[in-house]
Design a protein around this ligand. Structure first.
Ligand SMILES: [Zn+2]
Length: 264
C-alpha cells in the first residue's frame, strides 16, 4: 500500500507556477516518477503540463491521447536517465477553494487507482488567504481514494518535498518555460473557435474578440512570463555566487591535498 510520496522541488515549482497561472479555471497535469519498495513509496521527478480541453470551471479531464503522450514522454525520460520512470500520478489546482478533493476528484482518482494501485493525486489550492497572517497562501494535499461500497473517501498520503537530484533539472526548467507558450496556445484556440463560430461580419464583434485575445496574452506576459524571468535571473545570480564559493573551496582542498602529498 502506498504510504509516502517524495516530490522534487523543481516539480513543485512547476506545479505551483502552473496553479497560479489562472484564478478562473482549474489547471491540470500528469506526474512522472518512480515506484519503490513494492509500491509503498513513490518519488516524483518530473511532470507534463496538460492543455485544458474544456475551459470550464471545476472541470478537469484528461484524454486518452494526453495520457498516451505523457507515457511516451516518461519513456523518453527513462531512457535519458536510465531509470524506470513512468506516469505515477496527476495534479490539478483548486483556485479559491478548499484543498480537499471533490467527489468528482475521488471518482477520477479511483479510476486511475484501479489501473495502478500506487497512482497518486496531488491538489494545489491557490489564491487562498492565510487566516492568521492574511498573507496569500497555497495549500497542497496528496491523496488516494478509498472505495467503500458505492462511496469514496480520501486517504491522505504523507508527502515530502525533496531536493532533486540533478539529471532532470534541465528538463524541468524546460517544462517551466513552456508554460507561457501553452497558455498562449489555449488563448489562440479560444480565439479561433470564437472567430469560426460567428458568421457575422460585424466589425464590432471582430474587434471585441481580438481585444479579448490581446488582453489575455498581456495577462500571460504580466502575470507569468515577467515574474518567471525575474525569478530565473535571480536564481542564476545565486547559482553564480554558489559556483564561485565552490570553486574557492575546490582550490583550497586541492592545495591541501598537494601539501599532504608533499609531506608524505
Ligand atoms: Zn478538484
Amino acid at each position: 500500500m502506498l504510504n509516502k510520496v517524495l516530490l522534487s522541488t523543481d516539480v513543485t515549482l512547476v506545479c505551483v507556477q502552473h496553479a497560479l497561472s489562472t484564478e478562473k479555471e482549474e489547471i491540470m497535469g500528469l506526474l512522472i516518477g518512480e515506484v519503490h519498495e513494492n509500491g509503498s513509496l513513490v518519488s516524483i521527478v518530473s511532470s507534463v503540463i496538460l492543455r485544458r480541453l474544456d475551459k470550464k470551471p471545476d472541470r478537469v479531464e484528461i484524454s486518452e491521447e494526453q495520457l498516451v503522450q505523457a507515457t511516451l514522454r516518461a519513456e523518453e525520460l527513462a531512457a535519458e536517465v536510465g531509470r524506470p520512470l513512468r506516469v505515477v500520478g496527476w495534479y490539478h489546482s483548486h483556485p479559491h477553494i478548499t484543498v480537499w478533493p471533490s467527489h468528482v476528484d475521488l471518482a477520477t482518482q479511483s479510476m486511475y487507482q484501479r489501473m495502478d494501485a500506487s497512482f497518486v493525486g496531488i491538489i494545489f489550492a491557490a489564491f487562498l488567504t492565510d487566516q492568521s497572517t492574511k498573507a496569500p497562501s497555497i495549500q497542497i494535499t496528496c491523496f488516494q481514494s478509498v472505495t467503500d461500497g458505492s462511496t469514496q473517501s480520501r486517504r491522505e498520503i504523507e508527502m515530502e518535498v525533496v531536493n532533486n537530484n540533478d539529471s532532470l533539472m534541465t528538463n524541468n526548467f524546460e517544462i517551466l518555460t513552456q508554460l507561457p507558450a501553452i497558455l498562449k496556445e489555449e488563448e489562440d484556440e479560444a480565439y479561433q473557435n470564437e472567430v469560426g463560430h460567428s458568421e457575422t461580419d460585424d466589425i464590432i464583434i471582430k474587434q471585441h474578440n481580438a481585444a479579448v485575445r490581446t488582453i489575455a496574452i498581456g495577462h500571460i506576459v504580466e502575470k507569468m512570463s515577467r515574474p518567471m524571468l525575474e525569478a530565473l535571473v535571480a536564481r542564476n545570480a545565486l547559482n553564480a555566487v554558489r559556483l564561485k564559493a565552490l570553486k574557492k573551496q575546490h582550490q583550497e582542498l586541492m592545495s591541501r591535498l598537494e601539501n599532504m602529498s608533499c609531506n608524505v
